[in-house]
Design a protein around this ligand. Structure first.
Ligand SMILES: Cc1cc2nc3c(=O)[nH]c(=O)nc-3n(C[C@H](O)[C@H](O)[C@H](O)COP(=O)(O)O)c2cc1C
Ligand SMILES: C=C(O[C@@H]1CC(C(=O)O)=C[C@@H](OP(=O)(O)O)[C@H]1O)C(=O)O
Length: 388
C-alpha cells in the first residue's frame, strides 16, 4: 500500500492517490468527512477554518461505494482558493499584484528560509504553500479510509490530546478505544480529563492575546492489532521505526514515544518489561503494556500506544526577528494568518498516519487483493498465534 499527496495550501485543491486498498471494501464517505471536520476543529484554531469546509470527492478506484482494488483518487477542494485564484494561478504569468504578495521575510521555525535556498525560490510563498499543514487534510482523508479498513479487520484506533502547552490532561491509560472516544467527544480539546478544559481554554486565550503560540502532546491507541506485524530481521523492517518516521513526518512533530518511551529510561527493568502469561483459551498474554505493543520491531498483540510531541506553532502574531532575503536588513518575520495551537487537529493527523502505517504493514504481511481473503487470512493467522 502506498500513497502520494499533491497541492498547495491556497491552490485549487489537494489531490491524493492511494494504492493497495483491497477490493470489495465499502467506503463510508460521511465517516471520512467527519474525520476531516474533526481535523478542522478544536480550540485554538485560526480563521482559515471559518472559510474551509473540507469534504472529500472520490474520483477513481471506487464504484457504488465499493473499492475496486485499483488506485483510489481523492480530491479536497480549497475554498480559500477563490480569494487567491490570481496569486496561485498555475498557468498565467505573474501580475504586479502577485509581486506585492511575495514573502521575503522568512518565519523562524518554518521551511521558508532553507526551502528557498534549496529550491532557489526568492518568493518564499513557493515554499510555504506546500510546507503548510494544509496538506494534512489529504493525509486525514487517506487515513480515514485506512481506519475503515482496520475497523473491518476488527482493529480499533483513536487519537486524543494528552497535553496542551504545560497543562497535562491526565491520561487514563486503562481506558479502551471506545471509552476514550466517548470521553473526548464531550469537549473541543479531545482531552480525557474534563477538569482541565477551563484552564486549557484560558491558557490558549491568554497566549493568543499575547501574540504567542502553544504546542502539546497527542496520544494514539490501537487495539486488537495482530501480533507479528513488522520484523526484527533488519533495521528497515522494524514497524516501530516506520511508525516513528510516519509520525515525525507530521508538521511540527518533534518527538515520538512508543509506550513508556522516555520515562522508561529512568525506570528499572522490572517496571518496564511486560511479563508473559499463558491461558489455554487465549494463548499468550502480557500483564502490562509499558512497551506500547512493540518488541523487536514487531507488534506483540498488546495495544499499540504512541505519543507525539508537537512544538508550538511557529508563526507568531508578535513576530520574531528575521532578515529580508533581498535587502538583508533585519526585520520582523512575515506574519501569515495562523492558529494559536493546532494540537487538536494534530491528534487526528497522527491517528491517521498510524492507521496508514498499520494498513501498510498488514497488506505487506497478507494478500490484500480483496477484503474477504484478507479477513480470512488474518483470522487464520490470529488462530495460529493463539495455538502457538
Ligand atoms: C494541523 C496543523 C496545523 C498547523 N497550523 C499552523 C499554523 O496555522 N501556522 C503555523 O505557523 N504553523 C502551523 N503548523 C505547523 C507548521 O506547518 C510546521 O511547523 C512547519 O511546516 C515546519 O515544519 P516542522 O515544524 O515539521 O519543521 C500546523 C501544523 C499542523 C499539524
Ligand atoms: C489551512 C490549514 O492550516 C494552515 C496551516 C498553516 C501552516 O503553516 O502549517 C498555516 C495556516 O494557513 P493559512 O495562512 O492559510 O491560514 C493554517 O491555517 C489547515 O489545517 O487546513
Amino acid at each position: 500500500m502506498n500513497y502520494l499527496t499533491a497541492g498547495e495550501s491556497h491552490g485549487p485543491q489537494l489531490t491524493g492517490i492511494l494504492e493497495g486498498i483491497p477490493a470489495g471494501m465499502h467506503i463510508d464517505v460521511d465517516e471520512v468527512n467527519e474525520m476531516l471536520a474533526a481535523r478542522q476543529g478544536g480550540y485554538g484554531r485560526g480563521n482559515r477554518q471559518k472559510i474551509e469546509h473540507d469534504v472529500v470527492e472520490i474520483v477513481g478506484g471506487v464504484r457504488h461505494s465499493k473499492t475496486l482494488g485499483s488506485p483510489i483518487a481523492l480530491v479536497v477542494k480549497n475554498r480559500d482558493h477563490a480569494h487567491w485564484s490570481e496569486i496561485m494561478d498555475p498557468i498565467s504569468p505573474e501580475t504586479p499584484e502577485n509581486t506585492l504578495r511575495q514573502v521575503n521575510r522568512p518565519r523562524p521555525g518554518h521551511a521558508d528560509l532553507v526551502g528557498g535556498m534549496k529550491y532557489g525560490h526568492h518568493d518564499l510563498r513557493n515554499v510555504l504553500e506546500r510546507s503548510s499543514a494544509r496538506e494534512t487534510a489529504m493525509r486525514v482523508a487517506i487515513g480515514a479510509i485506512c481506519k475503515q479498513l482496520l475497523n473491518q479487520l476488527d482493529i480499533q484506533i483513536v487519537g486524543h490530546v494528552e497535553q496542551v502547552g504545560p497543562i497535562a490532561a491526565n491520561e487514563n491509560s486503562s481506558l479502551n478505544v471506545s471509552e476514550i472516544e466517548q470521553a473526548i467527544s464531550e469537549n473541543d480539546l479531545r482531552i480525557i480529563d474534563q477538569s482541565q478544559i477551563q484552564p486549557i481554554h484560558e491558557l490558549i486565550d491568554q497566549t493568543k492575546r499575547d501574540g504567542n503560540t502553544l504546542g502539546g502532546v497527542v496520544r494514539v491507541v490501537a487495539t486488537n492489532v495482530p501480533a507479528g506485524l513488522g520484523s526484527y530481521i533488519g533495521w528497515d523492517t522494524k514497524l516501530d521505526a516506520k511508525m516513528a518516521a510516519a509520525v515525525m513526518g507530521v508538521n511540527a512533530i518533534k518527538g515520538v514515544e512508543i509506550g513508556d518511551g522516555f520515562d522508561a529510561a529512568a525506570s528499572l527493568g522490572s517496571n518496564v518489561m511486560d511479563e508473559i502469561a499463558w491461558q489455554k483459551s487465549e494463548g499468550f498474554d502480557r500483564l502490562s503494556d509499558h512497551l506500547g505493543g512493540f518488541e523487536g520491531g514487531m507488534t506483540n498483540g498488546m495495544p499499540v500506544v504512541i505519543k507525539a510531541a508537537m512544538k508550538p506553532i511557529p508563526t507568531l502574531y508578535k513576530a520574531l526577528q528575521s532578515v529580508d532575503i533581498e535587502t538583508k536588513e533585519t526585520m520582523k518575520a512575515n506574519v501569515e494568518r495562523s492558529d494559536t495551537t493546532a494540537i487538536v487537529p494534530a491528534s487526528i493527523v497522527v491517528e491517521s498516519v498510524v492507521a496508514i502505517e498499520l494498513v501498510k504493514a498488514i497488506t505487506d504481511t497478507f494478500d490484500g487483493s480483496n477484503l474477504l481473503r484478507l479477513r480470512s487470512q488474518i483470522q487464520e493467522y490470529r488462530n495460529e498465534f493463539k495455538n502457538f
